[in-house]
Design a protein. Structure first.
Length: 74
């Protein structure tokens, strides 16, 4: 796979490489792995909010507003 990077990205990779001794390919692979992990984390976190709604466990808007108001008063 070939990708085109912006000049500032190439410069950043070069700087990181000179500081760490790591090649551009390794850095890009690490970045892709990190992106994949972050996307999976976000998916799991979103599911934490979706599951209760799917089960019908949610607050009506008025109740939520009341709770938020109480929390802000503390």
């Amino acid at each position: 796979m070939d990708i085109e990077l912006l000049p500032r990205q190439v410069a950043e990779l070069s700087e990181i490489g000179s500081q760490t001794g790591r090649g551009t390919d390794d850095q890009v692979r690490e970045a892709v792995d990190q992106l994949s992990c972050e996307r999976e984390w976000l998916r799991r976190e979103a599911q934490v909010g979706i599951d209760p709604v799917d089960r019908g466990e949610f607050l009506e808007e008025e109740e939520m507003a009341t709770r938020v108001e109480r929390m802000l008063r503390r």
